[in-house]
Write a protein that binds this ligand. Structure first.
Ligand SMILES: NC(=O)c1ccc[n+]([C@@H]2O[C@H](COP(=O)([O-])OP(=O)(O)OC[C@H]3O[C@@H](n4cnc5c(N)ncnc54)[C@H](OP(=O)(O)O)[C@@H]3O)[C@@H](O)[C@H]2O)c1
Length: 378
């Protein structure tokens, strides 16, 4: 009989009593089924969407470290007002980590699983903050020759979301894009895609450092939301590019509405048609695809009646476009993994180090260029 493997898995628990508890738990790794493989996880990023599950609505300024140096436990208080939003996960320890990469150390009996034996693969499947992950081969992508686990760690979420933006643009009849929090890891990928594909992109940032970063990778249209002339600068960029579709990672506050106002102003300035009190008839859309600012979204409707604000999420998008179109996007990611879709990380930490208060204080800021990578094999 094959020897059973045990590995650590990170679990996040929110108790009905209003306390968050994050710990490393030893779990026995089952034998892989015919179409499954066991991956030794060697690189898994800490992305904003992972943080949402990892710490939930806990107030991390109350975080404490307990347990032992070998088995750290992080606890924090969840404010009472936020507990309602946590109702669906109370008292259930949840594994975390959307994606990652590592080596296949055991493979099931099917041909597809056997073909991956010993290979380095990228994995999308959740529960990646663990030393080992048993996963169906359909959720694995063999990494191209020469790529390391770190190169492949972010092969799915940000690359496919960035590609999903240009794909949505084409499918919904728009010709150029607006993007917010635009110096993010994802925003840098989106710039490289748009430059390569000849798509005009208006980048909204909030500091000169972020503007510089994007200029250095070749971005042409950059607007700083902290500028006193933000609205007129954004309108000008929208007039030049004709962008009528925006992807907003921030979500809270007035930005989504301001983008629609500036789109309408740019359209009216360019149009030669008769005045209509219902505004222009050009469709304007903002998709909120992140929640970097958790305040309510405030929309002052001064842009006519032809507009929409909605949510956008990768998985439903992939389901909508179907397996064939999704496979094309994945093939592009694999082919351009080390160029268009390269991610950078400030620090590589072990699972234990990821649970130090000092690490948490840094990666939980979700700041530009401060992304962490966990190497659970350390
Ligand atoms: N919907 C989906 O399917 C989907 C999929 C993938 C990613 N996402 C979203 O995409 C976004 C970017 O992800 P990423 O991994 O690329 O992030 P990242 O590299 O960690 O960068 C986050 C960026 O957001 C900025 N930021 C943080 N808080 C902000 C705020 N309140 N207002 C304005 N800017 C703020 C940071 O700038 P500073 O340095 O100025 O703080 C930084 O540039 C996230 O919101 C994530 O949730 C969504």
């Amino acid at each position: 009989m094959a020897e059973a493997i045990t590995g650590l898995q990170l679990r996040s628990l929110i108790k009905a009593s209003g306390e968050l508890e994050v710990a490393l738990v030893p779990v026995e790794i089952p034998e892989p089924g015919p179409d499954e493989v066991v991956v030794r996880v060697e690189a898994t990023p800490i992305n904003p969407s992972d943080l949402g599950l990892l710490f939930g609505a806990a107030d991390m300024s109350t975080a404490r470290q307990t347990g032992t140096p070998d088995a750290p436990v992080i606890t924090a208080k969840v404010p009472e007002a936020a507990m309602k939003a946590m109702a669906g996960r109370l008292d259930q320890p949840m594994p975390v980590g959307n994606e990652g990469a590592g080596t296949v150390i055991k493979a099931g009996s099917s041909e597809a699983a056997q073909a991956l034996q010993g290979k380095l693969v990228a994995v999308l499947g959740g529960a990646m903050y663990a030393q080992y992950r048993v996963i169906n081969v359909n959720f694995c992508m063999p990494l191209p020759d020469g790529a390391t686990a770190a190169d492949g760690a972010s092969s799915f979420v940000n690359p496919l979301t960035a590609l999903g933006m240009t794909e949505t643009m084409r499918r919904e009849g728009h010709t150029a894009l607006v993007h917010t929090a635009a110096a993010s890891n994802l925003g840098q990928m989106l710039n490289r895609i748009c430059i390569k594909d000849g798509v005009a992109l208006v980048n909204i940032v909030r500091s000169e450092g972020q503007a510089r970063l994007l200029r250095d990778i070749g971005a042409e249209h950059i607007v700083d939301s902290t500028s006193p002339d933000f609205m007129s600068e954004l309108t000008k960029a929208l007039e030049i590019t004709g962008a009528t579709l925006a992807f907003d990672a921030i979500g809270g506050g007035r930005l989504a509405g301001q983008i629609l106002s500036c789109m309408e102003a740019a359209i009216i300035r360019k149009s030669k048609g008769a005045y209509s009190r219902y505004g222009s008839d050009v469709p304007k859309q903002v998709y909120i695809y992140g929640g970097l600012d958790l305040r309510p979204t405030e929309i002052v409707r001064n842009f006519g009646m032809t507009w929409g604000v909605g949510g956008w999420l990768l998985m439903p998008f992939l389901q909508k476009i179907g397996p064939e179109a999704g496979a094309k996007l994945r093939a592009r990611v694999a082919a351009e993994l080390k160029t268009t879709f390269a991610s950078s990380y400030t620090r590589v930490v072990s699972l234990k180090e990821a649970l130090s208060l000092e690490s948490i204080a840094t990666y939980n800021k979700r700041a530009t260029g401060e992304k962490f990578l966990i190497d659970p094999s350390r």
